[in-house]
Design a protein. Structure first.
Length: 578
């Protein structure tokens, strides 16, 4: 499509069903086949790599092409492969075996990718920990997963170190970019050197490992509605599925227009969302490794700096969450930069205004893209882009060819007809096995190959999905999931709080922000600032309520005893969305 246009008069030339039939025809790149996954017949991409080791070997074929750029550090695919192979051999030599857990806790650094794949290619289960977590939260993830090795940056290790004695399963810690002496840990650079050294590491293959597509590959933590976070146990197939799902979505866009598929070319992406998220890790990194794309990481997102990078490196895609797009669009200095290389601005993980979709196309002359998925689906289930998105800006798109969606009634007993709102269920080769060491939660959420998402949604006659309410009580702030109960539990721990509820307030760029309503015990007092500080000391900063209202009465509840949260939003009418 010409970047100057936003829609074609004859669009769509091809229906969704016809596009899928064309792209998945026998012998095509996106051909499907049916295999048994945990005893259930499942459509899969026939040409997907079988596992992480196959993907990493494939990536070596990109040779001198740049894999990552971080500040002034540039790492080729060959150098990245050598670092992965060296660290993988070192982990194996230090006793890491198939099924052992290896945690990665660091900001988006080139070493993050090395640590993840080095563990995965030898059959270990990688545990990417939320780098924004507090000391206690990181310790919980290490303890719950039973991680044998931790690969961390200096900042994350400083948070974990005080808990080391309480983590008996943790036998070894490798720390990158340590600023000072290390106690109880080793420098990662002793094993693989700095990124500038990786090209000179020995030329070796990956250690041999008996890997199968449905072997365990990762534990990604997702906040639970009650209690501690749950670890979603993903497989190699889950991640490999996203490679072709992303390609299929792009190809479907061209077919819908009646245009021939373009020749594959390497792209440059500016990634500003954390790699511990399924979006950046599965929907982003896996496809980049296969295609030989260059991924640029920033230490911290700043719109001005991002525009400098987009202009200098001729970045083709960026995004992640709507916040990023808004900051680029509204920056007063945007006109100073040549952003014409941008082809796509994609995002998910937070509600987005239809206005944003139109502004990306009109002001940046880029294609807006969206999609829906969750940690339990290893990211992509639906995709939405180009004219489809411009014409249905409230939708998150139709499912990819290997995925199925259905909408069920509240009792999970009956599939609802087209257009009716109910709980969204999803099925396909991207669905994780279940929750790590939580059989009851697994049984409640995963049913005969389907995952119960907790999202309220409807499907239209063409299969486009519309999410109409948040999953359970979740607040999504700039792409970060905040479960109300987690914040409520922190508030309840304060001696003055006897009743509370957390809700989401609309925010123009972040999507939502958490706010709280609190009822205090008689005869005691607490200020908004005091309770915010209390939560901040116990949870990550993005979970702290931006506003707290106090009520003299206990909170309103329905006949089932559940707080009627919709009734509480009127208390925040003075909080205008930013």
């Amino acid at each position: 499509m010409d970047k100057q246009s936003t829609a074609l008069p004859a669009w769509p030339v091809v229906s969704l069903a016809e596009a899928t039939a064309i792209l998945t025809a026998p012998g095509s790149r996106f051909e499907m086949q049916t295999v048994a996954i945990r005893g259930l017949p499942t459509r899969v991409w026939k040409n997907a790599p079988p596992h992480m080791a196959a993907l990493v070997r494939l990536s070596r074929g990109h040779g001198a092409a740049l894999a990552t750029i971080y500040e002034d550090e540039r790492v080729s695919y060959e150098a990245q492969f050598r670092a992965i192979a060296t660290l993988a051999a070192d982990l194996r030599a230090h006793g890491v075996e198939k099924g052992d857990r290896v945690a990665v806790a660091m900001r988006n650094l080139p070493e993050w990718i090395i640590g993840f794949f080095a563990a995965a290619v030898i059959g270990a289960i990688v545990v990417p920990l939320n780098a924004w977590w507090t000391s206690d939260e990181l310790a919980y993830g290490l303890s719950d997963s039973g991680a044998k090795v931790l690969i961390a940056d200096d900042e994350r290790w400083a948070r974990v170190a005080p808990h080391r004695a309480a983590l008996p399963a943790l036998r070894r810690v490798l720390v990158s970019r340590a600023a000072g002496p290390l106690a109880g840990a080793e420098r990662l650079e002793v094993v693989i050197g700095t990124p500038g050294d990786w090209a000179t590491l020995p030329d070796r293959d990956l250690p041999e490992a008996d890997l199968m597509p449905d072997d365990d590959a990762s534990i990604l933590y997702t906040s639970g509605t009650t209690g501690n976070p749950k670890g979603a146990l993903g497989t190699h197939r889950n991640f490999m599925t996203n490679i072709l799902s992303t390609g299929f979505a792009m190809a479907r866009m061209f077919i819908r227009r009646g245009e021939p598929l373009p020749e594959p070319t390497r792209k440059v992406a500016l990634t500003v969302i954390p790699l511990f998220h399924a979006t950046a890790l599965s929907a982003g990194l896996m496809g980049s490794m296969a295609a030989g794309n260059t991924t640029i990481y920033m230490r911290k997102f700043e719109a001005l700096r991002a525009m400098e990078i987009i202009e200098r490196e001729r970045v083709n895609s960026t995004g992640g969450v709507p916040t990023i797009a808004w900051q680029l669009l509204e920056h007063p200095d945007r006109h100073r930069f040549d952003l014409s290389s941008l082809e796509t601005i994609g995002y998910g993980g937070a509600p987005s205004a239809p206005e944003l979709v139109r502004k990306i196309a009109a002001d940046l002359k880029a294609l807006p893209a969206n999609g829906w998925g969750m940690t339990e689906t290893t990211a992509t289930v639906t995709t939405h882009g180009a004219e489809d998105y411009l014409n249905r800006p409230e939708s998150c798109g139709p499912p990819v060819a290997v995925a199925d969606l259905k909408v069920m009634d509240a009792e999970a007993a009956r599939e609802l007809p087209t257009g009716e709102i109910g709980e969204l269920w999803a099925r396909g080769p991207m669905i994780v096995k279940g929750y790590w060491n939580k059989p009851e939660a697994t049984a409640a959420t995963f049913v005969d190959g389907w995952v119960r998402t907790g999202d309220l949604a409807r499907l239209d006659e063409e299969g486009f999905c519309f999410i109409v309410d948040r999953a359970k009580d979740m607040v999504i702030r700039g792409g970060e999931n905040i479960y109300s109960s987690e914040v409520e539990n922190a508030l309840y721990a304060h001696p003055a709080v006897t009743d509370c509820a957390v809700i989401g307030l609309p925010h123009r760029t972040l999507g939502e922000e958490p706010a709280a309503v609190v009822h205090l015990a008689p005869g005691v007092s607490a200020s908004e600032a005091e309770l915010q500080a209390w939560v901040r000391a116990r949870l990550a900063a993005f979970k702290v309520p931006v506003a707290i209202r106090f009520t003299a009465e206990t909170l309103p509840r329905n006949a089932n005893g559940k707080i009627m949260k919709r009734d509480l939003k009127a208390l925040f009418e003075d909080c205008a969305a930013a």
